[in-house]
Design a binder for this molecule. Structure first.
Ligand SMILES: Cc1cc2nc3c(=O)[nH]c(=O)nc-3n(C[C@H](O)[C@H](O)[C@H](O)COP(=O)(O)OP(=O)(O)OC[C@H]3O[C@@H](n4cnc5c(N)ncnc54)[C@H](O)[C@@H]3O)c2cc1C
Length: 412
């Protein structure tokens, strides 16, 4: 690509920073402008609900690059800058202050935002959402004074915050509308592990429970009115009901958008000069043979190298299997692969769910679709191999912890 080219990256989170890095690593010597609306330079979000929230990690540890990395790699990093719109015909990005910035290629890494809860009281003071480092700071300050936190939603973030709050000595009630925490992701066989984990740490877990309103007094949250009319008191509320992709720019510019910016395997959108990566992208996955949008750290970390290669005119495809992890109390887990709730017909557990040391597998017609290792490490490579094999496995050997995963073998 000619050195006079300008590549603009909108969204200075992990994916944006990694894209700038990948472009330089892959030899692009043109202009790179990385624009983000946050005040901080790109940082990683997983610590915000874990070690950073618990005060075990410093602010400096969350950044993707040192501050001097950007000038030293000739990246024009514009923080606190909102991109207002895209003018595809003129190949320009329009900033909120009215400035126009020309681009040859554009990458959207605008990420996602927490879903808001459309119930009365959701705007009260002491109702928290967690996405940005400032949100995590506020929550950490809260832990020092609050005696009881109500968490709405037993997804990953809700449960991680519940764990951090309990670790800080705050009483926690978690209210989940589904019958179990993480039911959609883990299914009824494995999801109870997380319910038991939190109960073991004295979390008051209410399942299958809707919420009428967040109650408040003098504008401050005082608790939750549950669907059955009962009231639970709390001096703060965390809403963790999922995230929605930041697709406004793409939608208004007329790009194909469907729960994310729709991109092909090379992360190119319906406009050949515009790409998307990270939480905002709904990418065609060649191995899974479908479009998926993945809201996980590893995706934001790794997709940008593919986007960068494609922006530089190479034939690149993103084919890595989805991977994510969580840490809650003394439970650490990694999940590799992909399945939807109706996509599997068997769950196989190797190890013991009750001791929270196991690997569980989700299978369809004997083929492994996904695997989750809990407090067992260094098996991701083997889980990936089982998924990629796409052949029915020997179930008895898969379930037997004495058989190395690499030697499970196929069904006789
Ligand atoms: C609290 C928390 C904990 C998490 N823990 C885990 C975990 O344990 N494991 C895991 O796998 N994943 C985890 N994740 C998910 C992971 O952090 C995300 O997948 C990752 O941050 C996505 O990166 P991204 O760069 O695509 O988007 P983001 O990190 O959302 O970055 C996008 C950036 O673009 C900015 N932006 C948006 N629109 C505009 C605009 N118009 N103009 C300028 N800037 C704009 C946004 O403000 C944001 O700064 C966690 C997420 C959160 C919030």
């Amino acid at each position: 690509m000619a050195s006079q080219s300008t590549f603009v990256i909108v969204g200075a989170g992990l994916a944006g920073a990694k894209a700038a890095e990948a472009l330089r690593e892959q030899g692009f010597d043109g202009r790179i402008v990385l624009i983000g609306d946050e005040a901080s330079r790109p940082y990683e979000r997983p610590p915000l609900s874990k070690e950073y929230l618990q005060g075990k990690a410093e602010r400096d540890s969350v950044f993707v690059h040192d501050a001097d990395w950007y000038p030293s790699h000739d990246i024009d990093l514009r923080l606190g800058t909102v991109v207002q719109s895209l003018d595809r015909d003129r190949h320009e990005v329009i900033l909120a202050d009215g400035d126009h910035l020309p681009y040859h290629k554009l990458l959207l890494t605008t990420g996602a935002e927490p879903r808001r809860l459309p119930i009365p009281g959701a705007d009260a003071e002491r109702v928290y959402y967690l996405r940005r480092v400032e949100d995590s700071d506020r929550l950490r300050d809260l832990f020092a004074t609050a005696s009881r936190l109500a968490v709405i939603g037993a997804g990953w973030i809700g449960l991680e915050v519940a764990a951090a709050a309990r670790t800080a000595g705050v009483a926690v009630i978690v209210v989940e509308v589904a019958a179990l925490p993480l039911l959609r992701v883990l299914g009824p066989q494995v999801a109870p592990v997380f319910a038991d984990l939190h109960r073991a740490h004295d979390v008051d877990l209410r399942r299958g429970t809707g919420i009428q309103e967040i109650t408040s007094s003098s504008g401050k949250a005082t608790g939750l009115r549950l669907a059955d009319g009962s009231h639970v008191e709390a001096d703060a509320v965390l809403v963790g009901v999922g995230a929605a992709p930041n697709t406004r720019l793409a939608t208004e510019a007329g790009l194909e958008v469907d729960n994310g910016v729709v991109v092909d395997a090379s992360l190119r959108s319906s406009d050949p000069d515009i790409y998307a990566a990270g939480d905002v992208a709904r990418a065609y996955h060649p191995f899974l043979d479908k479009h998926i949008r993945v809201e996980h750290w590893a995706n934001a970390l790794n997709q940008p190298a593919t986007a960068a290669a494609a922006m530089l005119g190479q034939d690149a495809r993103f084919e890595a299997l989805p991977y994510f992890y969580t840490d809650q109390y003394d439970l650490g887990m990694e999940y590799t692969g992909y399945t939807e709730p109706e996509g599997y017909d068997q769950v196989v557990v190797r190890g013991d769910l009750s001791t929270r040391e196991f690997v569980s597998f989700w299978l369809h017609q004997g083929r492994v679709l996904a695997g989750m290792n809990v407090n067992i490490w260094d098996v991701t490579h083997d889980i990936k191999a089982l998924i990629h094999a796409q052949t029915p496995v020997d179930i008895a050997r898969l379930a037997d912890p004495s058989v190395p995963l690499a030697e499970v073998g196929t069904r006789a």
